[in-house]
Design a protein around this ligand. Structure first.
Ligand SMILES: [Zn+2]
Length: 321
């Protein structure tokens, strides 16, 4: 098999579900409040809108997301990324089985998703933090991301890209391990630069260059210290890996670094003094996890290692799949 621009984090061997708290009262042993985060781009970033505008000489350009005239990353994009990492490194629901693969190929102990049974519902860590909806059961979740706005003066550049091919989960040699199980959740490696083969295409995208900065808020309600630790680690706030955002991940776009700028947190009703250094320690604590999730954390760190990017040169035949 030719090297791929992605690796797989093995699915956790089990899911653990617990009753989730409501949103109406601040529980005395839980944390609520606002954490201000910055995002620095390490590679070009494209946050798409689906809108195409006509550029110079009639070229069609995929526009970067804006609020009015201001470049922004929508909170939903950050939330989706954070959820994907949380799912991968906690005892959360197995991912949906991709088309062409079979539920029997999931780990025996983690082959289903949350049902929403119970009052309040019993949910896995990811569904309990980010929200759950199934049948008539809806749980809002206790984590929200606001819009991330670009620093004043942030400019855009144009990035050419080839058309990517769709993932091919029917290819058992890519998607199954030697025991015939789904290899895991897919995460795209970082590269040293946008891959030159991938950049040889005719499609043009508006990107913000490396070194651009955005700022936004993370809001939490009634989260435990362990949940906060998981969530902050998932954003790479321990510094051991960098997540990816936006379009073009197979071509090595979208590498970003989050940083904690400020926080206003309460435990129950009691303000938490000087929370930022404590939050960094919480992020680091999750990275030191022992037991059955140690492998998931180690593989995620290897795949998302941005100091020694693991992304191989692009294969022009498979185009990123
Ligand atoms: Zn779940």
């Amino acid at each position: 098999m030719k090297p791929k621009p992605y690796g797989f984090v093995p699915i956790a061997p089990k899911a653990e579900r617990a009753p989730v708290p409501g949103h109406d009262v601040l529980l005395p042993d839980r944390y609520s409040g606002v954490i201000v985060l910055s995002v620095e781009t390490l590679q070009p970033l494209h946050i798409g809108t689906g809108l195409i505008r006509v550029g110079e000489g009639g070229t069609l350009v995929g526009a970067f997301q804006r609020a009015g005239d201001w470049l922004v990353i929508p909170g939903a994009a950050v939330k989706g990324m954070a959820r994907a990492v949380v799912e991968a490194i906690s005892f959360s629901c197995a991912p949906p089985v991709p088309p062409g693969r079979h539920p029997d190929e999931l780990p025996r102990g983690n082959a289903g998703s949350c049902s929403g049974d119970g009052t309040p519902p019993r949910l896995c860590p990811a569904c309990g933090l980010f929200g759950f909806m199934r049948g008539g059961v809806r749980y809002r979740g206790r984590v929200g991301f606001g819009q991330f706005s670009a620093a004043p003066g942030t400019r855009t550049e144009l990035q050419r890209l080839r058309q990517f091919y769709n993932p091919q989960p029917r290819n058992a040699h890519i998607y199954l391990n030697d025991r015939g199980e789904i290899r895991g959740r897919k995460f795209y490696y970082h590269g040293k630069r946008v891959d030159p083969v991938a950049a040889g295409g005719r499609l043009v995208y508006e990107v913000v260059p490396p070194g651009s900065r955005f700022t936004g808020e993370l809001r939490v309600t009634n989260v435990t210290e362990d949940e906060l630790s998981l969530l902050l680690f998932a954003l790479g706030l321990d510094g051991s890996f960098a997540p990816k955002l936006g379009y073009g991940k197979p071509a090595y776009l979208g590498s970003v670094r989050f940083a904690l700028e400020a926080a206003n947190l309460r435990k129950g009703l009691q303000p938490v003094g000087n929370p930022v250094p404590w939050l960094v320690e919480l992020a680091k604590a999750y990275g030191a996890v022992e037991g059955p999730l140690k492998e998931q954390v180690a593989v995620l760190r290897r795949v998302l290692d941005v100091d020694q990017p693991q992304g191989p040169p692009w294969d022009p035949v498979t185009r990123g799949y």
